[in-house]
Design a binder for this molecule. Structure first.
Ligand code: NAP
Length: 247
């Protein structure tokens, strides 16, 4: 069992990229990290590396598109702790950049299953553990591409990136964040985007073939900031690395 002082965090999609870096940084604060990975082997390998650096980490098989996997992950976490202080819904799928004229409902469904229904599955399953914490926080890893303020700005490249799945899934995630926050005032729900929107920068990861200008450490600054807010911290906000971002 986790000692009563130690902060606990579950991160989905933490076997690589921003999820893994969040695990490394929050583990470095002495937190107990539940490292979610849809592939058990990749999760174990990532956890072993963190553990070798002194992180208190438990790999957890967790495919956010599967109710069974999420339920099993909850049972694993519950064996180690009676409460979850922080949930980071980080797992994400980029989808294909298909022109809206060609996009099908099936294509959108696959992306929504990870980016929209995934965070709902995980949040719903872990609510009892979150509600058992003194000041629980949920960080939704969204995207500037899901912000109307960004997509409608002609100077932003995403304005001319013609696709439906990813941007609309992250817009839905933003609204989910607000609706959860309104309905559950005992939990802080905040959405973030890892980049610096005004400078049009994002973090280099597999998702963007490492074309990002920021390191994963820079990309996780806002994740760590929102994961570590105190009891008087914000809820129902949307921020990038620099600060608040218009929805
Ligand atoms: N990089 C950026 O600057 C940027 C900008 C805006 C938003 N984001 C968001 O940041 C989050 C992390 O992305 P990243 O850049 O770190 O990309 P990444 O390195 O490709 O990581 C994505 C993670 O999501 C996991 N994942 C995908 N489908 C999953 C599923 N069904 N169940 C569980 N995990 C699943 C992947 O697992 P596998 O290894 O098994 O595929 C991987 O661990 C995403 O939500 C993304 O939309 C990133």
């Amino acid at each position: 069992m986790t000692n009563t002082q130690q902060t606990t965090v579950l991160i989905t999609g933490a076997n690589k990229g921003l999820g893994l870096e969040s695990a490394r940084r929050l583990g470095g604060l002495g937190w107990k990290v539940f490292l979610g990975s849809r592939d058990e082997e990749r999760g174990r390998a990532a956890a072993e590396k963190l553990a070798a650096d002194g992180v208190d980490v438990v790999p957890v098989q967790l495919d956010v598109t599967s109710d069974e996997s999420v339920a099993a992950a909850m049972s694993v976490v519950r064996r180690h702790t009676e409460r979850l202080d922080v949930l980071i819904n980080n797992a994400g799928a980029p989808g294909n950049v298909t022109h809206p004229a060609e996009a099908t409902a099936d294509e959108l469904h696959a992306v929504y299953d990870v980016n929209v229904y995934g965070p709902v599955r995980v949040t719903h399953a872990f609510l009892p553990l979150l509600q058992a914490a003194a000041h629980p926080r949920v960080v939704m890893v969204s995207s500037a591409g899901g912000a109307f303020s960004v997509v409608l700005d002609p100077t932003q490249p995403v304005a001319k990136m013609y696709e439906l799945a990813y941007s609309t899934s992250k817009a839905a995630l933003n609204m989910l964040t607000v609706r959860y926050a309104q309905a559950l005032p005992g939990i802080k729900f905040n959405a973030i985007t890892p980049g610096e929107t005004e400078k049009q920068t994002f973090a280099a990861t597999d998702m963007n073939q490492h074309r990002g200008q920021l390191t994963v450490t820079e990309g996780t600054d806002v994740i760590v900031r929102m994961a570590t807010i105190g009891p008087d911290g914000p809820t129902a906000t949307f921020e990038d690395r620099v600060g608040p971002l218009a929805w």
